[in-house]
Design a protein around this ligand. Structure first.
Ligand code: HEM
Length: 519
């Protein structure tokens, strides 16, 4: 054991030394802006540059990115981290627009793919060229208008009210985890619609995926990840293997379904809505099988879509309710919007069954603004990294050599006073409204759904879910956090809330006479 540790220390020291030498070498070729060297961010150390910052918890790292943004405004700054090729941190929306327009120049590159390959393989997030186009086309077919309609009119109301009734059943007894509630809704939706499978938030796959996402994200913060994983990576390897097995099961089920063995329910068992849902169930995986064929690649694609569709939206809703509990005045305005809509539609809330399909992005601009404001402060994908495939000059004059790395932190950009004004740190949904209507912000200032050719495919789906879930939950229940502690995110590729969002619940007095059944 002692000998083993001795060797381990020797290997680690040798690698650190080699990396430091490489970093020094790299910084010699570092980018210059109009002939001048770029300024360095605060707390940059000799030799290790910003490496120590990246080893901190992600919450502290976000804080540091924010500090850079506050100190430098839109100015591009140099990043130096051992193992990283020369890097820059950008804040200027003009630079981001350039990146979005030149998608072939700024790719995930070996830097990102090398770290995320084990988990996502050839999935759309990692894919380029023809394979990316095929997966994107399959996704567009899945997220077409007709399918989104089935989602909003049939599947979502059904799963939303299953959750509502589960919450109701726990009232007065126990604390519930709201993050779990939202995750359950998005998992069931993606499972059924995309893969024709019954899935739940706490399935073995879900737990393994969470762990694998955390371990993969750590690779972006720990320059020695390939060494540390030799000693401490067994749980990560196991989790990835569970995730991969699950990908295989999704594909096997889809192949079974396409052989005509889909478990059809008899006509009499189904109403019109269920029949429509049944018809489109599994449409994503079927499109992927049609487009790609190779079952391993289809499994990668399926897992990537599952993560993109369920985690981001479930987490965004969690942070939204965290903010609503801290800003009761905003929660009241959501309820006033529900009341106004009921009034306009002649619905008597005390007698009718609750119909969440009344809530659309057009009928509920304030609720949508609440969602967008939560996405601004807690972006589900909080930072992005791209690698330059050739020498390139950004609009602000920064010259980037081939292979250099470009980082932008949405967490920080979304808090920029230059972009959002002096109240950038405040939760104020009104900034997304003009004359009572929702206004969209440019993807270069607010890149929450990315931009350009690779813009998020699921924006409309996320909006459709949010606009039913937020007013429904806010109208029916009063949630109170179990404590006033600040919630933080755990390490992940997305933004899960660490330890969930434990709350106490009571049925709101305005909702007591309601039947909380599905339509
Ligand atoms: C609030 C919810 C969501 C947010 C904030 C969000 C954000 C993003 C972002 C930032 C990217 C770029 C990621 C990267 O390449 O590094 C992305 C890509 C993507 N998103 Fe979303 N997303 C959300 C919901 C969804 C949903 C519901 C789906 C549905 C399946 C989805 C499907 C995708 C796909 C397929 C891509 C890859 C696009 C491509 O590379 O061409 N997203 N999303």
């Amino acid at each position: 054991m002692g000998v083993l540790l001795g060797w381990a220390q020797y290997v680690v020291c040798a690698v650190v030394l080699a990396l430091l030498v490489r970093t020094r070498w790299n910084t010699r070729t570092i980018v210059a802006s109009n002939g001048r060297a770029l300024r360095k961010p605060p707390d940059t150390l000799p030799l290790v540059g910003n490496g120590i910052k990246f080893l901190q918890s992600r919450w502290k790292l976000f804080g540091w990115f924010d500090k850079c943004q506050r100190q430098f405004g839109y100015e591009t700054v140099a990043l130096t981290v051992p193992t990283l090729p020369p890097g820059v941190l950008i804040h200027d929306p003009r630079n981001l627009e350039f990146v979005f327009k030149h998608e072939g120049v700024f790719t995930k590159g070996n830097f990102v793919k090398g770290r995320s390959w084990d988990l996502f393989g050839n999935g759309i997030i990692n894919a380029d060229g023809e394979l990316w186009k095929l997966q994107r086309k399959a996704g567009l077919a899945f997220l077409n208008t007709a399918n989104l309609r089935v989602l909003t009119e049939v599947a979502l109301p059904q799963y939303l009210f299953e959750s509502v009734n589960e919450i109701k059943a726990t009232i007065g007894e126990e604390v519930i985890d709201l993050q779990h509630v939202f995750h359950e809704i998005t998992t069931k939706l993606m499972g059924r619609m995309a893969y024709n499978m019954e899935m739940h938030a706490d399935d073995e796959f879900g737990t393994a995926f969470d762990y694998a996402s955390g371990g993969t994200a750590e690779r972006f913060q720990n320059p020695l990840w390939f060494i540390t994983e030799l000693f401490f990576g067994s749980k990560l390897r196991k989790s990835i293997s569970i995730v991969k097995d699950f990908g295989g099961r999704i594909v096997a089920k889809a192949v079974h379904d396409r052989r005509g063995q889909k478990d059809e329910k008899s006509e009499v068992e189904q109403d019109d809505g269920e029949r429509k849902l049944d018809q489109i169930s599994g449409s994503l995986i079927q499109s992927l099988l049609d487009a790609i064929g190779d079952e391993q690649m289809v499994a990668d694609a399926a897992l990537t879509y599952l993560s993109a569709g369920r985690d981001t939206t479930g987490q965004a809703l969690t942070w939204t309710f965290y903010l609503l509990m801290r800003h009761r005045d905003v929660a009241d305005k959501v309820r006033q919007e529900v009341q106004r809509l009921f009034g306009e539609r002649g619905v008597s809330p005390a007698q009718e069954r609750f119909d969440s399909t009344l809530f659309t992005p057009v009928s509920m601009p304030y609720s949508m603004a609440v969602f967008y404001e939560a996405l601004r402060l807690y972006p589900p994908i909080p930072f992005e990294i791209r690698q330059c495939m050739e020498d390139v000059t950004l609009p602000d004059g920064t010259c980037l050599p081939k292979h250099s790395v470009l980082v932008w932190c949405l967490w920080a950009m979304h808090r920029s006073k230059v972009t959002w004004g002096d109240d950038a740190d405040e939760f104020r949904p009104e900034r997304f409204l003009e004359h009572g209507k929702l206004v969209s912000k440019s993807s270069t200032e607010f890149p929450v759904f990315y931009g350009g050719a690779r813009t998020c495919l699921g924006k409309k789906m996320a909006e459709a879910i949010a606009v039913q879930v937020i007013p429904t939950m806010a109208w029916l229940f009063n949630f109170t956090p179990v404590d006033q502690n600040e919630r933080v995110s755990k390490t992940s590729l997305t933004m899960p809330m660490k330890d969930g969002l434990p709350v106490r619940v009571e049925v709101a007095s305005r909702a007591r006479g309601l039947s909380l059944e599905t339509q």
